[in-house]
Design a protein around this ligand. Structure first.
Ligand SMILES: [Zn+2]
Length: 230
């Protein structure tokens, strides 16, 4: 309890307390891994080269997404979410639906039951509010009400919002030699650093018991050897 109390505001680390307006249930403690793998070799480079690397990754990413979205229909939701709704819908057949009034339902699933409102876009399981995508209970209610579940997805996932997010590109820029000189006369010196002994490590220190990267099991090593022999 002391440990959790020290973590601070629950809305920052516990899904149940996340802000529903954000419509994102991602909760990860190792985002640095994704960040590093996106940066690739750039992460070991000096700060200016590193920042340039990040700028270039973002520039290409925005351009790619802008191009992909061009053929999508503005009135629809993004293909990834359409796929997700289809996937969630598969498990909705296990739910039983009981209507209370137009748009108001009680959904039974195993021993649990959840009050659900299509009018307020709320299910007491919490998943719908948290993700912005109808949960299986909501999809079951939509089927009963003969309504399209896609109409109940948050506007954050609409093609219109997606296109808006990637509508502004990052401009290409020339190399540092071609940048205009700073005319203020300021000279910024590098910080004083004390160099440690030996070559600095490029890899993150992993915790005890954490899986080591690229460590192959004996079995897969044997398979590799078989492939070489075959
Ligand atoms: Zn639900």
């Amino acid at each position: 309890m002391t440990l959790f109390a020290e973590l601070g505001e629950k809305s920052k680390w516990s899904k149940h307390a996340f802000d529903p307006n954000v419509c994102n249930d991602s909760n990860t403690s190792n985002f640095v891994e994704s960040f590093n793998s996106t940066l690739g070799v750039n992460r070991c480079r000096p700060i200016l080269t590193l920042l340039e690397g990040i700028r270039r990754v973002c520039m290409v990413r925005i351009a790619t997404r802008m191009k992909n979205a061009k053929s999508w229909n503005d009135e629809e939701i993004t293909p990834k979410i359409v796929k997700l709704v289809k996937e969630i819908g598969k498990s909705s057949s296990k739910c039983r639906v009981f209507k209370s009034s137009p748009g108001e339902y009680e959904i039974h699933e195993g021993r649990s039951q959840f009050p659900l409102s299509l009018n307020k876009k709320v299910c007491s399981c919490g998943a719908w509010q948290l993700t912005g995508v109808p949960c299986r209970h909501a999809i079951r209610a939509c089927i009963d009400a003969k309504l399209d579940p896609h109409d109940f997805v948050s506007s954050w996932y609409s093609v219109k919002t997606y296109k808006q997010a990637y509508s502004v590109c990052i401009n290409p820029i020339p190399d540092t030699e071609q940048w205009p000189a700073d005319e203020s006369g300021r000279i910024i010196m590098p910080p004083k650093m004390k160099r440690g002994i030996g070559r600095p490590s490029r890899n993150r220190k992993r915790e005890e018991g954490e899986e080591q990267p690229g460590k192959r099991s004996k079995n897969s090593e044997m398979q590799q050897m078989w492939l070489l022999w075959a």
